[in-house]
Design a protein around this ligand. Structure first.
Ligand code: SR1
Ligand code: MG
Length: 402
């Protein structure tokens, strides 16, 4: 019989004290449940004597955002933990260190990163992250390259594909990103003031074709081990450091899905700026800063990915002249398409982003929503025509004007 049950605060403390050397008999532990995401319990445990602290993350057998009517497999906790360990190996220091796990209880005890701030919150507060593009470009280049057929023995890679099959989490993405925004669904969530936009999404056949093409890629292309939900709420930052958390949506999928997630969430913040900065000159400067971050995320990623390829490619045929350029061109197109689809879902679908949703002025919020949809649609509809990052940036700025 399974020992699974959601832990109480006391149980989380007792377990941590029992299994970790970090805490001893003299420890004076405190525990707070701090989970603000859609799916899990997150306990923050601190020793008031030594100041040591950890995070205990436990998966719930259902989606917290909806309730017990939406069951989810607990195996996602095993996947998340194994991916964290894999990412720690491939890109040391870029993710929290795993200290302990129990797959039956669907929990992982890991490094506490509370000296960092969740990037979405940091952006809303107006903070600057000058090293972010470089850090996340490096993280994505390493994790995507080294888990792909370019760098792995292909039989071993197939074993990994098997190990990271994540059907319940993928189904969430398939439904919430690649289907529900384009039809009537009880789970869609938007204000009546943008009903015209939602209606247009449901009837735009050109858009539907491109979404169907992106959806097929998400369903079938086992290109690399993805994080699977790489938005700015899954990234901890300081001005010097970037740490990625929460890879519970990980699976073998198209690389552009992770890159697109980062671009989309920077762009969602970009459209929200008038809600946070009232001074016009300051808002313009911040908008330019965000656009530059978008551009730099891609260029840093591309630069490091090509360097790793030149140093470490294992696949014989991948050395063929012209193939790297072909591969990168396709990645840029995919990233743009996925970025657009992720922007659209955050405006009309079930789960939104605080950058836009917490803007208190209704008019400014509506303008941000419309701008996000305009950019999202332009990226999705034109992603297969993009040949450079300049093309991508032009699609963003053209759609921002409307
Ligand atoms: C039911 S979960 C809703 C969303 O939250 C996660 O962060 C994923 O993006 C998912 O689509
Ligand atoms: Mg998450």
């Amino acid at each position: 019989m399974s020992s699974y049950h959601p832990l109480t605060l006391d149980e989380a403390m007792q377990l941590s004290q029992k299994v970790l050397d970090l805490f001893d008999a003299n420890s004076e532990l405190t525990c707070q449940e701090i989970g603000d995401g859609n799916l899990n319990l997150v306990f923050h445990i601190r020793d008031m004597n030594s100041r040591n602290s950890v995070i205990v993350k436990q998966a719930l057998p259902y989606a917290k955002i909806v309730g017990e009517s939406w069951p989810l497999s607990l195996d996602r906790a095993r996947i998340e933990r194994e991916v964290l360990q894999e990412e720690y190996r491939i890109c040391p220091g870029s993710v929290p260190q795993v200290y302990y796990y129990d797959d039956e209880l669907a929990l992982t005890i890991m490094e506490d990163l509370s000296d960092h701030v969740i990037m979405r919150k940091g952006l809303i507060e107006g903070n600057h992250y000058p090293l972010f593009s470089k850090h996340i470009g490096e993280f994505m280049a390493r994790t995507l390259f080294y888990t792909s057929d370019l760098a792995m023995d292909q039989s071993l890679k197939k074993e990994k594909v098997k190990k990271f099959v994540n059907p319940d989490q993928c189904k969430i993405t398939e439904d919430l990103i690649f289907e529900e925004p384009y039809r009537l669904s009880e789970r869609n969530n938007y204000s009546p003031s943008i009903e015209d936009e939602a209606e247009a999404l449901r009837t735009d056949r050109e858009l539907h074709l491109e979404i169907a093409i992106l959806r097929e890629k998400f369903l079938t292309e086992a290109q690399a081990l993805l994080h699977g939900d790489l938005h700015t709420g899954s990234i901890f930052v300081t001005s010097e450091s970037t740490k990625v958390i929460d890879p519970e949506f990980a699976y073998y999928g198209p690389m552009g899905f992770d890159i697109g997630a980062v671009l989309a969430n920077l762009l969602l913040h970009y459209v929200s700026i008038p809600g946070w900065i009232t001074d016009e000159a300051a808002a313009t400067a911040r908008a330019e800063e965000l656009l530059l971050m978008v551009q730099n995320v891609w260029t840093e990623f591309e630069h490091r990915f090509c360097e790793l390829w030149d140093q470490d490619v294992q696949d014989y045929m991948a050395r063929t002249k012209g193939y790297q350029e072909f591969y990168i061109a396709k990645l840029l197109q995919d990233s743009a398409g996925f970025a657009g689809s992720k922007m659209i879902r955050r405006i009309v679908g079930l789960a939104h982003v605080a950058d836009i949703d917490t803007i208190s002025n209704e008019t400014i919020r509506e303008q941000a929503e419309r701008k996000a949809l305009s950019i999202g649609k332009n990226l999705v509809k034109n992603h297969r025509r993009i040949t450079s990052i300049t093309d991508l940036m032009n699609l963003v700025t053209d759609a921002s004007k409307g």
